[in-house]
Design a protein around this ligand. Structure first.
Ligand SMILES: Nc1ncnc2c1ncn2[C@@H]1O[C@H](COP(=O)(O)OP(=O)(O)OP(=O)(O)O)[C@@H](O)[C@H]1O
Ligand SMILES: [Mg+2]
Length: 360
């Protein structure tokens, strides 16, 4: 897939503009606060319909305005596609090929994998962040995963509300049926993903870290069952306790992904550099898995490949990615730090205005 063109209107601090991209590397260069990450965010949003930085969707709209719009032209297998997403006040509008569509019918044209400096904290964050990572990574290869996640979230909310309001027991049972079915699908998908990623992950880590300390990826379920019947039985068994607590204790919403290094939990045992390398290896493994299983090459978004301090890490990253054939978008304060292995376009970002200039 190639993102040929991007148009932004009323998006954060970006000027209303149209950008034509290189099919290889695209480098956004500019000083702090000029809008480089905002440009990547526009790309990430139109690819995933998720804002890159946490917070409310309305934060994407330029200060003082009430609407924003991002349009993309994407080439996939020789066909041209048009994607559009925008906000009218709080309301999100999504279009594919010019027609308003639901999110489920929107995906499939553009997939993105994001590398940001914040990724390094994934191992130290809450289990919720790792679950979101898993679900997002699964979704990148199979967009229907989103509907499983949403269905499970709705069913969980319904059961929790029903537990607290101690209403009709038949209603609770009905919610448990849906929760068990979507929960079992969620766990099955996550386990399969972890298994598919494992070998690539170990080899990517060996490459990134320059040593193979044998990192191991494990899905840690709170319920040791994969089938809907098992999920339903344990929900029924947990009913009294869950009612006392007012929420559902066990299920995929309480699971975690653990990473260990030399047999110890990386969360507490690995150094900061090792943690960064582990997360980087996860992403590289993700890219390889997409190619192997789905013949899919996403666009890569690399935020803040900047400081000289990070020179070694960045050099490694580009080396590891050197066999990546897809399109790459990079932000940096100084493009001389970036040794792209392939031809590139450089875009200067100045106070929200983005202008292409020939790469030296
Ligand atoms: N909704 C918005 N409307 C207008 N401006 C915004 C909005 N949201 C953020 N900004 C502005 O965008 C700027 C930040 O842009 P961005 O994060 O893209 O900078 P950057 O070029 O990536 O900087 P750095 O090199 O420090 O990462 C800030 O000045 C911020 O005030
Ligand atoms: Mg930035």
């Amino acid at each position: 897939m190639i993102l040929r063109r991007l148009e932004t209107r009323g998006f954060r601090n970006l000027e209303d503009q149209v950008l034509d991209f290189h099919e290889g590397f695209n480098v956004f260069e500019g000083g702090n606060g000029h809008g480089k990450t905002n440009a990547l965010e526009a790309l990430y949003w139109i690819a995933t319909l998720t804002p890159l930085r946490a917070g409310k969707l309305t934060e994407l709209v330029a200060f003082g305005q009430s609407t924003c719009l991002v349009r993309a032209e994407v080439e996939l297998d020789g066909l041209q596609h048009r994607l559009e997403c925008g906000l009218n006040g709080p309301e999100r509008v999504v279009r594919r090929e010019g027609k308003a569509t639901r999110a489920a019918a929107y995906f499939g044209v553009l997939s993105a994998i994001l590398f940001t400096p914040e990724d390094a904290g994934l191992l130290r964050e809450s289990p919720g962040a790792r679950r979101r990572y898993l679900d997002r990574a699964i979704f990148t290869g199979r967009s229907s995963h989103l509907s499983v996640v949403l269905e499970h979230r709705r069913a969980l909310r319904a059961r929790n509300e029903s537990l607290r309001s101690s209403s009709d027991p038949h209603l609770l049972e009905a919610f448990e049926g849906t929760l068990a079915a979507s929960g079992a699908r969620l766990v099955t998908a996550r386990r399969a993903f972890v298994q598919e990623l494992s070998a690539e992950f170990a080899s990517a880590y060996a490459h990134v870290a320059g040593s193979g300390d044998g990192p191991v990826l494990t899905y840690e379920p709170s319920l040791d069952l994969d089938d809907p019947e098992g999920h339903a039985l344990s929900l029924a068994a947990d009913r009294a306790r869950d009612r006392d607590r007012g929420f559902t204790g066990r299920g995929p919403h309480a699971d975690d992904l653990s990473i260990s290094l030399e047999g110890h939990p990386a969360r507490t045992f690995a150094s900061q550099g090792q943690q960064r390398a582990l997360v980087l290896a996860l992403k590289v493994a993700e890219i390889r898995r997409l190619r192997t299983l789905f013949d899919l090459t996403p666009v890569l978004l690399l935020d803040d490949v900047s400081s000289e301090l990070d020179g070694v890490r960045n050099a490694r990253l580009f080396e590891v990615l050197s066999d990546f054939k897809g399109q790459v978008f990079v932000t940096t304060t100084d493009s001389s730090h970036i040794k792209t292995p392939r031809p590139a376009s450089v875009f200067e970002v100045l106070a929200g205005r983005i202008r292409g200039r020939p790469h030296p």
